[in-house]
Design a binder for this molecule. Sequence first.
Ligand SMILES: [Zn+2]
Length: 402
Amino acid sequence: MSKQDSQTVIARCRELAAISEMSGGTFRTFLSPAMRRCYEVIGEWMKRAGMTVRLDPAGNLRGLRAGLHPGKGVLLMGSHLDTVRDAGAFDGILGVILAIAIVENLQPEPLPFDLEVIGFCEEEGVRYVPFIGSRALIGTLDEQTLKRTDSAGITMADAITNFGLDPAEIPKAALKTPALGFLEFHIEQGPVLDAAGESVGIVTSIAGQNHALVKFVGSANHAGTTPMHLRRDALSAAAQWIVTVEDSARSTPGLVATIGQISLQPSISNVIPGEVTMSLDVRHAENQVRIAGLNAIHQSAKEISHQRGLELLWTDGLKMNTVQMDDNLTGILSAASPEGTRRMASGAGHDAMILAPHIPSAMLFLRSPGGISHHPSETVLPRDVDLALEIGQRFIESMRKS
Ligand SMILES: [Zn+2]
C-alpha cells in the first residue's frame, strides 16, 4: 500500500469539489443527490483504507477500523461534507479526507482502540439548521428540528425518508462505543496563520456568539417637505449606531461585531426611512467579554434611539457560549505538533463545538492562504497538508501508547 501524501489529499478534495448541485461551482447540501455521489466516492476511499463503511440514519458517512477490542473505545476523526453555495474545495471535506489518509497510512497491526472516520452530513445549515450530523452523533437531534422545512417546503424528516433512510432510526446514529476523543482538522478560514507565515495552529476554544435582530422605528415622511429638525429618520440612527458597534469591537481586544444584513422601509428615494432592521453578530473567546460587549452595544442602541425619538425593538437570537477543547487531548495534539505551534481560538463554529461538551475534543487548523474561505479560491498549501498528516500519525501513535 503506497503512503498517502498531500498530493492525494488535495486531488481528492478537488475531485469532490466537482460533485455539486450547481454548475461551475461547488455546492452540496444535506442529503442532496450530489451528497449521495459524494458518499459513494468517499466510501470507496474508506474501504481502500481498510474501513467498514456505513451511512448512519442521520446521513453521516462512517468508516470504522476495528481495534484489538472492538466496541471498547473509539477515537473519532472527521469533519463535514456539506458546503455553502459556490464554496471552496477544502472547508469541511479536508478534515474527512485527511483522516482517511491518516488511517490508510497506519501499520496493518490493529490499534488498542477502534478508529472511526466521520463525514458529517451537515454543518453549514444551508438547507435546514447547522450541525445536523454532529447533533445526531451525540443524540441531541430532536423532533422539533425534524419538522423544519427547506425552501421547497420539504420537512427534514421527509428529506431523510426520501433519501432512503428512516428518521425513526436517528437515535441509532448516536455514539454507542465510549469515545476516547474526537480530532477535527479544518482550514482556519481566517488570516491569522497566513499572516504569521505558520502552517498549522492548535485550537484551544471555539468562540461563543450572540445574535440579535435590531430594529429602529421612526416615521416615514416626505423627503422634500419634512425639515431636518422634525425628522425621525431610522436609517440615520442606524448609521450612527453601526459606527458605535464598530468602535466598541475595535476598542476591546478579540471582540468582533458584525452587522451583516440590513433592510429599510419603505426604501423609496424621496421618502425618509421609517424602519430599519439589522442583524447583529457578536463573538469573543471569553463569555464575559462577549456579554459585556453585547451589553455596551445594546446600550448605545438605546441611547441613540432615545436621543432621536425613535423606538428600539431588540430581539435576542442565537446564544452560544464559548466551548473549550479538551486539555488532555489538546496536550497530545500539541506534543504531536512542531514545537512552538500557535494556540488559538476559533472565531467560526465547527462540529467540534457540538461534540466537545460530550466527548474530549481537539482541533487543528491548517493555514488558509489569503485567509480566504467560503469562496472558490479557497485553498491549502501541500506542505501544510503533509505536516497535518504527520501530526495526525503522531497523535494516533501517542494515543496507542497512552
Ligand atoms: Zn467548515
